[in-house]
Write a protein that binds this ligand. Sequence first.
Ligand SMILES: NC(=O)c1ccc[n+]([C@@H]2O[C@H](COP(=O)([O-])OP(=O)(O)OC[C@H]3O[C@@H](n4cnc5c(N)ncnc54)[C@H](OP(=O)(O)O)[C@@H]3O)[C@@H](O)[C@H]2O)c1
Length: 266
Amino acid sequence: MSSDVSRDGVVLVGCGRLGSAMLEGWLATGAVAAGDLIILSPSGKPAAEAARAKGARINPPLEALRETRTLVLAVKPAMWRTALEPLVPHLNPEVVLVSVMAGVSSEDIARVAGRPVARVMPTTAVAQARGVAAIWSMDARALSMAQALFAPVADVAPLDDEGLMDAATAVAGSAPAFIYAFVQALADAGVAQGLAPDAAARLARGALRSAGAGLETGDGLDALIARIASPGGTTRAGLDAMAEGGDLNRAAEAAVKAAVERAKSF
Ligand SMILES: NC(=O)c1ccc[n+]([C@@H]2O[C@H](COP(=O)([O-])OP(=O)(O)OC[C@H]3O[C@@H](n4cnc5c(N)ncnc54)[C@H](OP(=O)(O)O)[C@@H]3O)[C@@H](O)[C@H]2O)c1
């Protein structure tokens, strides 16, 4: 069953890593029906071909864009003007743009497109309908179109201010890499305690999977920690050591701050 946003037609501009992930998630969940989709992609992509087999149109004549009410921009930030400018004369007057690009302001996009813009910062786990997405727009219609597209494939977190998009990107988009780095540090610490490197790596990866399974219960982080860390026990001792002197918070703050500063420098 397709949603209203689907029936109004969706154009996906760019079918790379994130574009393909969104496509897979939309088709798997029915958030967008393939027959309501137009995909613009310079080269052939497996996800686009799979959508074509279900009825999506790939690179049709640009006049077809006039039938659609949502255009999702998923090209690299350096490419967006080149990709968008030729499309603008063919857009429906009612279309809204949804940009998933990092570091390109809604104001710049709206200046070129002359249409309302929503910004969304999703993770590629939208492919499995397990993503997370920060979302912002000052236009109510653009915001609701973006919500309709992403709520079926992601946990959607609305932001109060576009300026917070970089912080949201650091906490959601970059954070899996921060967490992997921490898990690697845990494995290294296990080796320092005598574990063989293979065993340490396997145990640390397994611990991350177990932590993810805990999240699936829907319980809050404090409750999940309390379930493992009994007073006076080994986990409590480890947590206390980690928190001592604020080292853990300092590391997290430094990582998020550096990612935000790098995003602002683009
Ligand atoms: N990857 C992520 O995890 C992630 C997360 C959040 C946000 N983002 C944002 O998503 C955007 C895309 O990132 P990505 O990782 O998916 O990059 P990517 O894999 O390089 O995909 C970009 C795609 O844009 C296509 N493209 C280039 N010019 C085009 C045009 N004129 N019309 C239509 N398509 C065109 C490219 O096609 P060809 O392959 O044929 O050259 C390419 O497949 C970026 O702005 C990024 O900031 C990505």
